[in-house]
Design a protein around this ligand. Structure first.
Ligand SMILES: [Fe+2]
Ligand SMILES: [Fe+2]
Length: 162
């Protein structure tokens, strides 16, 4: 007769939940790395792959912020300025993304569009990280709870795109 000590040895523990801002900053860093790789890319094939990744990451990231993070921040801060401004910047980002997504990297005009997109992302990220995120963290918002929602939704959105 054997005694069962453990019901299962294969526990699927949930991944450690991270703060919303930590997750969003990770996305920002990832995209920054992709832009840096683009600057060094020598072939059209590599550029095309990087642009596809940049567009996916930025599209998913802006959607996560608009669906989950921004509404929570707007409510907690009773904000009528930071979130609307960031949302308008997302609109510009989306139009810049639309100009390069699925397009053949065909020379200096394409490179220029990527450069402008990169600079615009840098500007937007700076405002989020230096203004919006610190203000949001100073509220009663549960950043872990929001982080959990963001991580789950990101999985869904990435799966749809792959
Ligand atoms: Fe954003
Ligand atoms: Fe962001």
């Amino acid at each position: 007769m054997t005694t069962v000590l453990h019901k299962t040895t294969k526990l699927s523990l949930p991944a450690k939940v991270q703060d919303a801002t930590t997750l969003l900053i990770e996305d920002h860093k990832l995209v920054d790395g992709l832009f840096k790789a683009y600057e060094k890319a020598l072939t059209k094939t590599i550029k095309k792959k990087l642009v596809s990744q940049i567009c996916t990451e930025l599209s998913v990231h802006t959607q996560l912020e608009e669906e989950i993070f921004y509404p929570a921040v707007k409510k907690a801060l009773k904000d009528h300025e930071l979130v609307p401004e960031a949302t308008v910047e997302h609109e510009t980002l989306k139009s810049l993304i639309a100009q390069v997504e699925g397009v053949e990297p065909d020379g200096e005009m394409f490179d220029a569009r990527i450069k402008v997109l990169c600079e615009y992302v840098e500007h937007h990220v700076k405002e989020e990280q230096e203004e919006m995120f610190p203000k949001a963290k100073a509220t009663q918002l549960d950043m872990k709870e929001l982080g959990g929602q963001i991580a789950a939704r990101k999985q869904e959105l990435m799966a749809k795109r792959s």
